[in-house]
Each structure stands twice: as C-alpha cells, then as structure tokens.
Ligand binder design. Sequence first.
Ligand SMILES: [Zn+2]
Length: 758
Amino acid sequence: MKRFYFIFLTIFFSCAEQPRIDTEIPQVKMVSTFDRALDKAKQQQLEADFDNTLNPQNLDTWMKHMSSKPHHVGSPWSKQNAEYAADKFKEWGFESGVETFEVLVPFPKVRKLSMVAPNKVDLKLFEPAVKGDQSSEMTKDVLPGYNAFSADGNVTAELVFVNYGLNEDYEELKRMGIDVKGKIVIAKYGRSFRGIKPKIAHENGAIGCIMYSDPKDDGYVVGDVYPDGPYRNEYGIQRGSVLDMPARPGDALTPGYAATKDADRLSIDEASTIMKIPVMPISYADALPLLKAMRGPVVPDSWKGGLPITYHVGPGPTKVNLQLEFDWSLRTAYNPVGKITGSVYPDEWIMRGNHHDGWGHGASDPISGMVSLMEEARAIGELTKTGWRPKRTLIYAGWDAEEPGLLGSTEWVEYNLNDIKEKMVVYINTDGTGVGYLSMGGSHSLEKFVNEVIRDVKDPVHNVSLDSRLRSRMRVRQYKAGALEVNKESERTDLRMYAMGAGSDYTAFLHHAGVPALNMAFGGESGGGAYHSLYDTYEHYKRFSDGNFIYGTTLSRVNGRLVLRLSEADILPFRFVNMVDNIGNFISDNKKLLRKVKSNTELRNSLLENNDFLISQNPKKTYLSPERLDKVPEFNFKPLDDAFKRLTSSAWKYEEALLQYKKGSLSAEKKSEVNAFLRKVDQAFTSEKGLPRREWFRNMLYAPGYYTGYGVKTLPGIREGLEERNWDEVRLYISEVAKALDRASKNINSATRILNES
Ligand SMILES: [Zn+2]
C-alpha cells in the first residue's frame, strides 16, 4: 500500500472552490438510497444481523497466523495464506478457489553497496532483530532490503544528493551548476512513488540510484522509534517496487493482457516498465556515513533532513560501488476468490478485494485490511445460513503480488476484462488499515452513497458517527490554521472523497476498466514507521496500531454496509450531483493552473530581461539563471464548459426523476435497463486512446501522476500537458474530456428517461 501521508495530501488538494460555470440547476430535494431503492426496515434488520456477527477476536487470530512468516509472492507462506483464505471462504458458504497467474518478480542474488572514497566503509544493509518482537527474529525466507525491478548492474561513481529526486529538484540542481550525468544519486524517500526517483535519475543521465528514509520524514524526528515507539529505527529499510507503474502496472512481460501460463511474453530487455539503472534502498544508519562525507554546495534549506550533519549536494567526494544481480524468474501469484451468486441479478457483480502478499511479515500492510475483509465475508456468509441470498453476485478476493506492482489484481482484471466491463457494478478496495479516521477515496458517482453509510456507522471510541468525527477534525484543523469561521468543506452536505491516483489494487479496475471503485481505510493515529520493513509485525501492530481490532471491525461494518446496500438496491445508488460538483472543481483547478503557468512564465521572463537573477546572486555561489520559457498560448475551454453544463443538467434531471420515482412502479426488466445505464456512466469516462505516453491508463477524470506516481492528477490529459508545457496535449485533451462528459451525460439521460416512464 501507499502511505497515509499521500492520502492527506490529496484531500488537501481536492478541497477547491466551487466551479465558476453558470448552470441552471433545478431545485430538487435529494432523497436517500433508503427512500428510493431499498426496503428500509428489511435492510436495517439485515445490517443489524451482519453487525451482530462481527467479532474482533477473529481478526486477531487470523492476523497472528497469516503474518507469522514472511509472505511475499513466491514464498511458501504466500501460497499457504491464499489457500487459507480460500478455505475460509468455502467454510463460510462461498464458492471458492485459488486463481493463479505466472508473473515476473525478481529476487536479489547479489546485493552490495560500499563507500570507496574518501574512505572505505562497508554498509550494513541489514535489519537486526528487535527486543520484544519475536517475529523480527524469524528471518528465514525474508527478502532483504531491495527494490524490485531495479536493473542488474555494477557501477562505481561519485554521489550527488538530489533531495526527493523529483523534476523540480533537478531544476534546482541545474541552477547550482550540478549535473548528475555518470553519477550515482542518493534521494530521500517520500513525496512521490519511489519508482519515480530512479526513472527521473535515469532521464538525467545518472547510472545508479540509492534511496533512504530520512529521520525527518520517517524516523526519530517524527516520534519515538521502534521498539520504544512505532517509528522507523536507524536500521529499518523500506523495501518496495520501482516498476514504472505510472506508465503501466501489472506483469512487466505481458503488457495489457493476462499473464497466464501459456501467454506470449516479452523478453526482459523488451519490457519497458523495468527500471534501466540499478536501484537500492538503505536505512538512515547506512546513509549517514555517505552523506556525512559529502562536500560541494550546502543544500537549499528545504532539502535539509534530520541527520546530525550539514547536508551537501556533492558531487562527491563520497564515491560508492553498487553491485546488484537478480534472479529474474516467473513466480506463481495465488489469488483466492470467493463468490456468492446473486439470486435476482446474477450478472451484476459487487467486488471486494485486499492484497495478501507483503514485504516481510506484513502485519499492517496488508494483513490488517485482509482480516477485516475476511470478517466481513464471514458475516455475510452467516447471513446466507438464515436463508437470505444477496440479489447481486458478491465476489471477495485476496490479491497476491500487489507489492511488486499490483500484479495479482491487474492480471485478474486483464483476464476478465470483458466480463468486468459487462457485469461489474463497483469494486471496493482495502489495504493496510489502522487507528483513527476513515479515509475514503474513489469514484465520485458514489460519494453520496458512501456518505449515507458513514453517517450510519459509529466510531468505536468516540460515541459519534464516522461522519461526525471527520467533521470535528476538519473544524479543529481549520481553527488551528487560523480560520475565524468554519469553512464550507466541513459543512458540506456530504464529505468529499479524495480522487484516486494509484498505490493499491483498485488501479486496474478504475483506471483501465473504468469500473467505479472505492478505497477505504482507517489511519492517522497509528504511527507508520514499520512500512515495508522487517518490523511490520504482529507485535508492532498489537502495540502501536489497532491492537484490539476495533477499527478493523468498524471497517468491516462500513464495507459490509456498502456491499449489502449495493447488492439489495432496486435502483443502484449512483448519484451524479456530487460527481458534477467534483468534476466542476477539477475543471476550475485546471483553469487556475493555466493562469498560474501563464503568470509564472511572464514573471520569469521579465526577471530574465532585467538580469535580476544575475544581479541578485551571491557571487561566491554558483546560481545560474533559469532558462527563458516559451509563451503560453490561449486555450479554448468552451467545448469543455459546454459539456460540463450538459452533464450538470443531466445530473439534476436524474435527481428529479429519482424523487418522482415510486418504489415498485417499474418492472424488473425496466429496472435492469436503468441499472445498466447507471453502470455505464463511469465507464463512459474512459477512452480507448488512453493518456499520453500511457494508453493503458484510460480514465479521463483521474490518473496517478506520470512524474509523481501515487498522487492523483485530475483531468490528467489537460493537467500534465500544462505542467509539462505540452500545449498540443492540452488542446487535444480539452476535447477528449468534453467528449467523455458527453458520453456520460447520454447514459444518465437514458436512465432518467426510463425512470420518468414509471
Ligand atoms: Zn499494501
């Protein structure tokens, strides 16, 4: 999973002001899903029965078992866990089995990093056992600290410190007169998906990349370190994939199709998503001697970390030798899948998923989420023992090989793509979960529905709804930030869901198949220093996270309700007024970005004309003027604004029709027709053409950033065109997004027309 850090970032950025586009909005009272699509009393009884079955002790027992040994893809315990989950599904009344794919996952064979100048230091590259944590003593089958999909290589060069290794950091280096060509870079973890750092390093000519967790972001500056506290100690290494997932996740050798046993495969040299240079993660204990010996300019203030040294950029005199060799074998990914066929709409699928593979013992990431999913499945299984059957088909999956690159889920989606497009209603994802606040991301056609659910579920510590607790936090944050009155976001009728980039198994569903997806987790009060290290253990989780599993069980309550209401609803609970409100924000955010790019360009060019960069600089330091920028052209947003107006009007007309709709007044056949159109609305946002340089990503509303990775870019075709000054792309995608909005409007209008016949 990605870390919660990024989630809060995306929440922040998505809280924009209302769109500035005038649209006629009918005054319609909004109705609830209960009012129009469900038999309220019956459903409430079903949910009460579901709740009464949930037992936190089960989560504890299963976590203890499943995280008792390392369980990365290809390990004996990953296969065991898959079979364990599949057996449980069967025991609980699901049809169940383990589905497999053959995926490329490199394991390290040679892993050496040493400092060769100005003095010789062999680095430890090792995580010792920790007192009081038995799991950390069990290191058989543990993969050591490494980055999956690094290139093989043996390189020796001077180091350059590149901050977080993002494009803006290289801009800054350029102005300091520093070139990384032929060098090895050392970058701090954080601010982006880790695979971005070696990708950009390679684009800039570096021949190797080292990444480390700086204590300022992930260590003793944040809080007490393990075992005294939950945060990363000096030896903790963040493992993780550097597959080029923002270009395309999934198996590197089978682009866009399933990695079945007999599939045609690319050779490793042909696989474009494998990193081109050797990459290695290290702890801050190992980073310290490397950084301490560096000289050259002192880093800019914002680059400074938490180690007790003066940070220098280099290059050198620190010189390192990095030697990496991998075993590039195919591994079998085991996906346990359990299914209960729907009694009324068997060809409409509601799917839940959580990965089960981890790095090391992976108690928090991912078993905490997996056991919550299993308890939810068990409770639903219990309901079926009373004679109840879900109206729609429910599918529960545990994904293998998420960590190396979302392999298990992506291959499953590619294998079942036609069925998914035809039948899947919603995919609900979970991953690691902890203590604190519910974070909810996903397709905004589900925002109102999710809000209805979180108003009905209580926080397990404070005696208020999940919704109330989130609002309290928002108000206090606004107050602390100096606001003199509460801001409209905390008082909005429905709380906003964050838009999803990538970082867990919803990616292929949302971005490739166009299926509406959600991602739900608790967090914010757990402390996250064990991420992808040897210390993500049962012991760590029990002491510092949801040790009594009350939040894990609350997560089952939330997702169980989502599943049961989706399953039983007469008319599927997609609602488009919230969706257009969010899309309006995406449009106005992009227009704001355009204004910013324009002003910044004009300002920079005028400073250059005045020689301001030269005159203002300290002559003792190298600080080169930036390059002159080309003029930003005018763009015509009218086609997009017009399409947005039509979509807004469609959304409100659908609300009007829903308000008029009388339960039971449509034939089963007509209801199916309505639901079929509703299901097509989100898929209409996808385009076969895909996004620039990455046609696998087809969603025109959301995508992970090509140069940030996890974090979302909304209307990515337009936004990344503006950010990368690719004006033709901006023009093209204004028109592509407009067309996508019109396709969505059409589906909404068709659903409205049938409802109005009732
Ligand atoms: Zn995970």
